[in-house]
Design a protein around this ligand. Structure first.
Ligand code: ADP
Ligand code: MG
Length: 343
């Protein structure tokens, strides 16, 4: 899905994929890895190998993720979302449960954030060169920007239970910002449905975890320090957090941008201006029970910028960490709700 997003979060002690025998239960920490949504997944479950084999867990996970893609990937021409986008009909269509769930939450966060998260922003994302279409050499003309902007807006999209419709024929829905988080939720729920209560799920940097490691310790997550190094080779830790039974999502663009005419363009668009965001906020990390929610909120806060984002996060009692760039390096700010998770 979002091919450009790099891992902003690194697991602490992701040492080896081998299994370590636990002290008491005979359970081990098993790493399942694969690819989905144009990125990788890393899943750790505390279980016995026998149990996993009997459950055929990885097969079930791959099948579930395949279904999510078939519903919500704009990179798949005949996915449910692509068919809705290609259709010029204004009549409502019935959508799948999963698609409806992501649409509903994305629209909720869109309205809550005053339109900062906008899943109809896709044409602008493509115009600036970050979607499934090709990257432009330079910034688009004002005329093209205005024409594209006219096609965008959450008020043109309607979801009534599972009935989805649009007011304009060429509306384009892009769930890049919440579908990955939803994929994490689907996998977490699947693991729990199979009777496993200690796990960590990560897809392309979005995470959700529960319970304990095989050693009996709580899962710890390292948030990466922003280093403006396009090669992405230099990495350091900014904060270590213990999120307990929650999801962690980071939105950030310090490795995800292109430069043209000496200007930096982010892949995140401010729906109000129609242009890529351009402020000193480098990344936002949100902790919430649902990965889809954390994912959507982190992008919404990223669009807002540090000052407005911090106010919004305090008002809505969100656990959020903001890392901003200043003349003197990077500074961080976090809400009271976030503080409890700092190690
Ligand atoms: P990040 O972690 O940086 O937020 P995501 O993968 O969650 O990255 O979402 C970024 C993607 O969402 C972009 O590549 C683009 O497709 C889409 N997008 C950009 N701006 C917005 C916006 N204001 N609202 C919703 N989606 C957006
Ligand atoms: Mg996001």
């Amino acid at each position: 899905m979002n091919k450009f997003k790099q891992l902003l979060l690194v697991l602490l002690a992701v040492s080896i994929s081998a299994c370590f025998p636990s002290n008491n239960s005979g359970k081990t920490e098993i790493l399942l890895q694969g690819r989905t949504m144009g990125t990788t997944y890393n899943i750790k479950v505390v279980a016995t190998l026998k149990q996993l084999e009997a459950l055929k867990l990885q097969q079930k996970i791959d099948d579930a993720l395949k279904q999510v893609n078939q519903e919500m990937s704009t990179y798949i021409a005949d996915s449910e979302i692509s068919r809705f986008n290609q259709s010029t009909s204004l009549d409502p269509i019935e959508v799948s449960d999963g698609f409806a769930r992501v649409l509903q939450e994305s629209i909720r966060i869109g309205e809550l954030s005053g339109g900062k998260l906008d899943i109809t922003v896709g044409p602008l994302v493509n115009l600036w060169g970050f979607g499934p279409e090709l990257r432009p050499e330079k910034a688009p003309s004002d005329e093209l920007l205005a024409a594209t902007h006219a096609r965008v807006g959450l008020t043109n999209l309607h979801l009534n239970a599972k009935q989805l419709s649009k007011d304009i024929p060429n509306l384009y829905v892009d769930l890049s910002t919440t579908a990955k988080g939803y994929g994490v939720d689907v996998v977490a729920e699947l693991i729990e449905a199979n009777g496993i209560t200690n796990y960590l799920v990560e897809i392309g940097g979005e995470m959700r975890l529960r319970g304990f490691k095989h050693t009996g310790e709580l899962w710890a997550i390292a948030i990466e320090k922003p280093i403006l190094d396009p090669s992405g080779e230099q990495r350091a830790i900014q904060q270590v957090i213990i999120p307990k039974d929650n999801a962690v999502a980071t939105s950030g663009d310090y490795r995800n941008y292109f430069e043209a005419d000496g200007q930096r363009f982010s892949h995140i668009i401010d729906p109000q201006t129609g242009k890529p965001i351009n402020h000193n906020l480098v990344s936002v990390t949100v902790i919430a029970p649902s990965s889809m929610t954390a994912d959507g909120l982190s992008t919404a806060l990223m669009v807002m910028g540090t000052e407005q984002g911090m106010k919004f996060a305090v008002k809505h009692e969100l656990a959020a960490l903001f890392i901003s760039k200043t003349e003197h390096g990077f500074t961080e700010q976090f809400t009271v709700k976030f503080k409890q998770y700092l190690k």
